[in-house]
Write a protein that binds this ligand. Structure first.
Ligand code: NDP
Ligand code: GDR
Length: 346
């Protein structure tokens, strides 16, 4: 199929691991809009973990529902085989992971198991269940680590965290299943991408939530770690489109997805605070707690392969993204404070 084909692939089914996360929720929306039936793998939690899916949720009693959630876990290989054998999806998107780099230093073995071995379990589950499916692996710019920018598909990996190491394992497992078994398996090497749905402990969202709270007089200080790190931040809804396009090509391949424009954490802070008319230097303080034992200094992606083969190009650059996120956090806080019943779509 031509990558730029805009035809709706009606009647197709997809399985998304990590469907409750930032990317999973945007990807589920995208696939539903293309006529897919979407199956999402969710893990059991003692509290609700489906908030990002609330607006597209379809209850079990709903006839002909097109979004169906299944309990399983990337640490449970048997559950993965059973699920794949039952669903026989046309496409699998492996977005599930312990995805926080700082946390991966505190829980390295767990991160290795879920983020690294989890991808191998899923690949092996596809092979063992004997189904014909295409799989997308959520690889990461963290794999480049200390390799100097700009980074592209030919840049050697030098990961700087247990998370980065686990993603390198998942990357090569994906390549290996493609080469060994002829599986249609692709790696999307995505650079940082953010949105109003970004987890609250990643730096961009931590900043934009704090801006909203400081502006509303609910908070005065924001504690951060390394302000010198440089990141290529893009807009998550655009990035899930690239994931889908990768699985529509005739041949499987690996692609970098990035904006090509980067800024430092300090610059993101300045832009976000000034979007609300605030002076960041009055509020931001350093806390070594947020530093990492080994840091990734600069990630700036070269996505020219994705542009030429997938017809994909980033539109929202990080300064606009910072403003989008500040506006969304201010609107959400305002609605929370006013007790409004209307839910803001984050
Ligand atoms: P999130 O942290 O928002 O979402 C991670 C998802 O993985 C959640 O749905 C989470 O479930 C699920 N998960 C965690 N542990 C398990 C487990 N043991 N079994 C099954 N599911 C699990 O990540 P993003 O949406 O930001 O990222 C999606 C993927 O892309 C991740 O693999 C991430 O590492 C990767 N990536 C992200 C980038 C980014 O900038 N956002 C850049 C490059 C790669 P729960 O909701 O219950 O916690
Ligand atoms: P990252 O994102 O590690 O790039 O991983 P994160 O937003 O956590 O950090 C970006 C940079 O900001 C610096 N930083 C802080 N980070 C956090 N979280 N909290 C702070 O207080 C803080 N202060 C400074 C960090 O040191 C770092 O340099 C994200 C995740 O989504 C991964 O899953 C994904 O693979 C990569 O992006 C690409």
């Amino acid at each position: 199929m031509n990558t730029n084909d805009t035809e709706q692939p009606a009647g197709r089914t997809a399985l998304i691991t990590g469907v409750t996360g930032q990317d999973g929720s945007y990807l589920a929306e995208l696939l539903l809009s293309k006529g897919y039936t979407v199956h999402g793998l969710i893990r059991r939690s003692s509290s609700f973990n489906t908030e990002r899916l609330d607006h597209i949720y379809q209850g079990p009693q709903e006839p002909g529902r097109t979004l169906v959630l299944h309990h399983a876990d990337l640490s449970d290989g048997v559950a993965l085989v059973n699920l794949l054998r039952d669903l026989r999806p046309d496409e699998v998107y492996n977005l599930g992971a312990q995805s926080h780099v700082r946390v991966s230093f505190d829980a390295p073995l767990y991160t290795g198991d879920v983020t690294g071995m989890g991808s191998l379990r899923l690949l092996e589950a596809i092979r063992a269940s004997g189904i014909d499916t295409r799989i997308y692996q959520a690889s990461s710019s963290e794999m480049f680590g200390s390799a100097p920018p700009p980074q592209n598909e030919r840049t050697p990996f030098h990961p700087r965290s247990p998370y980065g190491c686990a993603k390198v394992f998942g990357y090569w497992a994906t390549v290996n299943y493609r080469e060994a078994y002829g599986l249609y398996a692709v790696n999307g090497i995505l650079f940082n991408h953010e949105s109003p749905r970004r987890g609250e402990t990643f730096v961009t969202r931590k900043i934009t939530r704090a801006v909203a709270r400081i502006k509303a007089g609910l908070q005065d200080r924001l504690y951060l770690g390394n302000l010198d790190a440089v990141r290529d931040w893009g807009y998550a809804p655009e990035y899930v489109e690239a994931m889908w396009r990768m699985l529509q090509r005739d041949e499987p391949d690996d692609y970098v997805v990035a904006t090509g424009q980067a800024g430092s954490v300090r610059e993101f802070v300045e832009t976000a605070f000034s979007a609300a008319g605030l002076d960041w230097s009055e509020h931001v303080r350093f806390d070594p707690k947020y530093e990492r034992p080994s840091e990734v200094d600069a990630l700036i992606g070269d996505a020219s392969k994705a542009e030429s083969l997938l017809g994909w190009k980033a539109r929202v650059m990080w300064p606009e993204l910072a403003r989008i996120m500040v506006d969304a956090d201010r609107a959400q806080l305002e609605s929370e404070l006013s007790g409004a019943a209307v839910r803001i779509d984050r």
